[in-house]
Write a protein that binds this ligand. Sequence first.
Ligand code: ADQ
Length: 475
Amino acid sequence: MAGDYDLVVVANRLPVDRVEGPDGTPSWRRSPGGLVTALEPVMQREDGAWIGWAGTPGEPPEPFDAEGVHCVGIGLSAEEVEDYYEGFSNGTLWPLYHDVIVAPNYHRRWWEAYVRVNERFAQAAAEQAARGATVWVQDYQLQLVPRMLRRRRPDLRIGFFNHIPFPPFEIFAQLPWRGAILDGLLGADLVGFQRPADASNFLRACRRAMALPARRGVVRLPDEGDRQVRAASFPISIDAVALDELARRPEVQERAQEIRRDLGDPQYVLLGVDRLDYTKGILHRLKSFEELLADGRVQVGEAVLVQVATPSRERVDQYVQLRQDVEVTVGRINGTYAEIGKAAVHYLHHSYGREEMAALFLAADVMLVTSLRDGMNLVAKEYVASRYDEKGVLVLSEFTGAADELGQAVMVNPHDIDGLKDAVIRALHMPAREAGRRMRAMRRRVREHDVQRWAASFLEALDGLGDQAGTAIDL
Ligand code: ADQ
């Protein structure tokens, strides 16, 4: 039952969004995500297919070709969106894998939907993949797919990449279905993670929960003829050149100046850009800024915080609560400290286009990334890539994957509010020469380790060509 495609990507979402023209005719437009950018050239070169959900409940669209990629839609019923996506993926796995910042919910009905939907993705991949093809499965929503696919198609080469952290065993062990998840992942030949620490957490979970020999980045499966599964880190990145070029455009620079003018020409612009998610530490950031205003260490009018928060997972309870908390906090800060024409915090609950994002990055003297836990955090890398002028200071949480690479940022523990406040002040007052030196080093790193390199190194490692491509974990 082999299909035609030599490279098949399996992800929760398709790489395109459905848009309707003025007369109601539907068409597909490439979604802005980095994964699409990373994989587009190789998908076009290798004759690739992409399997994913189109983002709305109901019947899937007929398979179609868009942007040189064969797209195969997976249908999810409204109930499956609730149980598999909002439930098990975002109400169980997401908080569990982010160090239980909020309590995960465990519901057998959610798990059953997760298994059912994973089977559907695996079946579609099995149908599309050519004999001996490479299948690359993405992220925590699809951890059972590698095993389900191997059962159907032992001839395939299967890779899996986890975009979010993999938690320490003491936390992972809570999951009632921990053995099934590990077994699902072990269907792959290569399991990739953002950081070495994630890969070693995974290897330890295999030893502790499955009693498997897992050493030096390799798990051996005695029941499968000693088949080996490799685990390694492949830190994801961004299209650094494209962002650098975008930021250099005169209209983007003009827009950055206009933003500063519209903010009332403050001396300091601080910026936060996140999906509105409790992992991002938005409340910790607001609290530290509020205290700096209260202490008189920053003055309204002199400094302004712009917080862009993309709407996210708006039907999941904890996200509804977070939005309320953020909005109450912003209201309180402005109510207390703002003056007519001088806001303390500008809170924007929207999504923006790439140009506007680049202009915001250019307008910001200090970028605040204060995640409590984050697989990588692409915003940190985007800020650095946009600053072709080598100006601006990045304040970066040590709990992000990006902290492993961007050591020249001002590092913070966002739980330590006093430490965070001191870091913000340090960033605001950093001498230009020091800021430039740090920014240059970070820009070099991001330029040399871009998303194209990430995709190539994963696929090379999977192909068995580049054994050194990922960082093997020594336990
Ligand atoms: P996210 O949790 O979504 O990703 P992040 O890595 O920061 O977090 O990526 C967010 C993306 O959305 C960035 O490209 C950013 O520019 C964009 N974005 C955010 N707010 C926006 C807005 N208002 N308008 C337009 N664009 C906006 C997950 C993991 C991360 C991991 C990535 C990739 O949680 O840890 O880095 O996947 O693997």
